[in-house]
Design a protein around this ligand. Structure first.
Ligand code: F0G
Length: 457
């Protein structure tokens, strides 16, 4: 079938440049082989994250000019509230400066010290905020998530037996709430099925536990339900989104992904007025007055518009199709990746790609470095380097997967960029045995991957 072009045309451009190989080599050494320490201007194609890195539409930029910067009761807030109610079907909303701001406001209201939060697979900042509130983050994802060659359609699903067992083992009073991350970022942008959302709801109801979404990539999840789950092929994306959110009591969301904005977050509460009044009280000292929550009025306008654009099917088809295109090109060349390709990124199985490297030689990081050296492309390691050490023993932990994440910003790059990235990785694959491992030479105690210094082995 003929490949459809991007469903937009370009009205404004931003120059990027590929610096010469010798200079890339020098920049890597200066950054101590940690790509977080590179200057963005030294990166040609930046696939570090899809968070806040997308392009806004002309309609969003136009909406920005209409932002109402009033401290309290801004018109822009009410526009965002309308867009949220229509999109999610919940009653109450609080904007925050980004996703972790939403976690920071909501989680202390739900977690008592010593309690656990059961999820499919918690994102790092989410886990950190659970722990900062004295809780423990427990993952119960289906086991096929860890088999990159398994092509199951919903590898982000919660393992229901594991969920029930965890509730029984901990005792229900020790469980704060259940959290489903849609799509499941840490498992490779893998979706959660509607059937699984319903099954989790049933378990939560049986034990009288609240159920929340981490909704950063909710529209991408809805698109996968439409394409892969029998019975949903003729439902519209907005209908599927409304159904998904009907099963949860509320959500936190980083709007920097499926909000199609560069900054922003949200807390949504379905109908619990008491919880919402606590959120309002908590948001003031942390994020700001409840009608702006750490954002400018113009940011609220851009988000209100972004929520409407993200559920448009031609957009989602192009977005998910672009990520799939990159993944399929690699698969055709024999490169091992997490299958099926996820919503926001291609996760290269660096453990298999660089099978001559041991976990403690950090194959994901070694491949990240090699890709920048080869083509000026910045990806990010998701593996043992990110996982870090056991806080009790100081031992390096071993990640079940050693991955290189190539995260695609929304509406930012074209098919030509995807070809360039795939070709670079294919060249590396052909000489993969030459790629050397790395060791950590300097690190901080928490979230070390952002600032650690490394050396080549
Ligand atoms: N939840 C999920 C599933 C995320 O992917 C992120 C961020 C957050 C919460 C936190 O949101 O950054 O707005 O504070 N993920 C980015 C990433 C950083 O690169 O995957 P935030």
């Amino acid at each position: 079938m003929q490949k459809m072009p991007e469903p937009y045309r370009i009205k404004m451009v931003e120059s990027i440049q590929l610096i010469p190989r010798a200079e890339r080599e020098r920049k890597l050494a200066e950054a101590h082989y940690n790509v977080f320490a590179l200057r963005a201007e030294d990166v040609f194609i930046d696939l570090l994250t899809d968070s806040g890195t997308g392009a806004m539409s002309d309609a969003q930029w136009a909406a920005i000019m209409t932002g109402d910067e009033s401290y309290a009761g801004s018109r822009s807030y009410y526009r965002l509230e309308d867009a949220c109610r229509e999109t999610f079907g919940h009653q109450y909303f609080a904007p925050t400066h980004q996703g972790r701001g939403a976690e920071n406001v909501l989680f202390p209201l739900l977690i008592k010290p010593g309690q656990v939060v059961l999820g499919n697979m918690h994102f790092d900042t989410t886990k950190a905020h659970i722990e900062l509130k004295g809780g423990e983050a427990v993952n119960c994802i289906v086991p096929e998530a860890f088999d990159t060659a398994n092509c199951s359609p919903f590898k982000g699903n919660m393992d229901i037996a594991c969920l029930e067992r965890s509730i029984e083992e901990n005792g229900v009073e020790k469980v704060a709430f259940v959290l489903l991350t849609i799509t499941c970022n840490s498992a490779g942008g893998q979706p959660v099925s509607m059937a699984n959302i319903k099954a989790v709801r049933e378990v939560a109801d049986r034990y009288h536990l609240p159920l929340f979404f981490d909704a950063a990539r909710f529209a991408e999840n809805a698109y996968f339900i439409k394409k892969r789950e029998p019975g949903y092929e003729n439902r519209s994306i907005p209908q599927i989104v409304r159904e998904m959110f009907a099963y949860v009591d509320g959500f936190t969301m980083s709007a920097k992904k499926d909000g199609l904005v560069n900054i922003g977050g949200l807390i949504g509460i379905k109908d619990d007025e008491v919880l919402y009044s606590k959120v309002r009280a908590n948001v003031v000292p942390i994020e700001g007055f409840p009608t702006y929550g750490g954002l400018a009025g113009r940011d609220l306008e851009a988000l209100a518009r972004g929520l409407r654009e993200v559920v448009e099917e031609p957009y989602l088809e192009s977005r998910i199709g672009q990520v799939a295109y990159l993944g399929e090109k690699m698969l055709a060349a024999g490169i091992p990746i997490q299958q099926p390709v996820g919503g926001h990124a291609v996760f290269v199985d660096a453990g298999k790609f660089l099978s001559h490297l041991h976990n403690n030689e950090f194959p994901g990081q070694a491949l990240t470095i090699e890709l920048y050296r080869e083509a000026g492309v910045r990806g990010v390691e998701v593996g043992s380097f990110l996982l870090g050490r056991d806080p009790r023993t100081g031992e390096q932990l071993v990640s079940p997967l050693e991955l290189l994440r190539l995260t695609i910003p929304r509406r930012t790059y074209t098919f030509n960029h995807m070809d360039f990235v795939a070709d670079a990785l294919i060249r590396i694959y052909q000489r993969r045995h030459e790629v050397r491992g790395v060791k950590v030479v300097e690190e901080s105690q928490v979230l070390r991957h952002f600032t650690a210094k490394l050396a080549l082995l």
